[in-house]
Design a binder for this molecule. Structure first.
Ligand code: NAD
Length: 257
């Protein structure tokens, strides 16, 4: 599968799943735009390393996905967008009646609204190029719910809905839009939830992973960022040209329960 000649923009890609997807896109031959809200030496070093190891062009562009105008500016600054991976995301866990309003707004802005802005900016470029792929990183929480994750579940269900709308609006064009729904993947986002969960359940780390986190994941294994990258690359392949407006679960059987 060669994505040579294509440019992939992956939002929130200096860490975790976004970085894993960026690596697989680069290995498949696509030029890559990495992004986050920081602008550190490490961010730019990451781009250099990826370019050196894969031979593709890799740029790092700072843009804060909580701000609509910066989402659009990311796409405009890149200047080309054949593949858009809407991945940036954050989490906060609290009951609805105690959910901090600023956290609610930030989750909806970063996990949902950003994809509206980037997609709106990218579609004209895809139409001009005569080809495009939008891959939204939703979650098992885009299809099911858990308590205390109100904003996250709302945003992820929202992005699954928006995926269907974009697919219908581009159905007669060589553009597809799909959502990948991962179960638990051991990234910094999930690592950050472990200490609180240990405290809450009075359990050790391994017990929390097995009995709480992977409780709903029948495989009892985390999905990996490489597997998610491979799924995103597949959605960009010719074999996936008629796959649009749908979700692909990479969740070890979570949503089969
Ligand atoms: P992560 O914390 O490792 O990575 C999140 C990325 O988003 C980072 O690169 C971070 O810099 C970036 N980001 C955060 N706020 C941003 C902002 N305002 N502007 C730009 N970038 C920003 O988390 P992850 O687990 O890799 O999550 C990536 C995506 O996958 C998220 O949308 C998350 O909801 C989704 N997801 C993760 C899991 C999991 O188990 N890890 C499961 C299902 C879905």
């Amino acid at each position: 599968m060669s994505l040579s000649g294509k440019t992939a923009i992956v939002t929130g890609s200096n860490s975790g799943i976004g970085l894993g997807i960026a690596w697989e896109m680069a290995k498949a031959g696509a030029d890559v735009v990495l992004n986050s809200f920081t602008d550190s030496d490490e961010d730019h070093a990451l781009a250099e390393k990826m370019a050196k190891e894969t031979g593709v062009k890799v740029r790092y562009i700072k843009a804060d996905m909580s701000k609509g105008e910066e989402c659009r500016a990311l796409i405009e600054t890149a200047g080309v967008c054949d593949i858009l991976v809407n991945n940036a995301g954050i989490q906060h866990v609290a009951p609805i009646d105690e959910f901090p309003v600023d956290k609610w707004n930030a989750i909806i802005a970063i996990n949902l609204n950003s994809a509206f802005h980037t997609t709106a900016a990218a579609l004209p470029m895809m139409r001009k190029a005569g080809w495009g792929r939008v891959v939204n990183i939703a979650s098992a929480h885009g299809l099911t719910a858990s308590p205390f994750k109100g904003a996250y579940v709302a945003a992820k269900h929202g992005i699954v809905g928006m995926t269907k709308v974009v697919a219908l609006e581009t159905a007669r064009e060589p553009i597809t839009c799909n959502a990948i729904c991962p179960g638990y993947v051991l990234t910094p986002l999930v690592e950050a939830q472990i200490p609180d969960t240990m405290e809450k359940y009075k359990m050790g780390r391994d017990e929390v992973i097995e009995k709480v986190m992977l409780e709903r994941q029948p495989s009892k294994e985390f999905a990996t960022v490489e597997q998610l990258g491979g799924t995103a690359v597949f959605l960009c392949s010719d074999a996936a040209a008629q796959i649009t407006g749908t979700t692909i679960s990479v969740d070890g059987g979570w949503t089969a329960l």
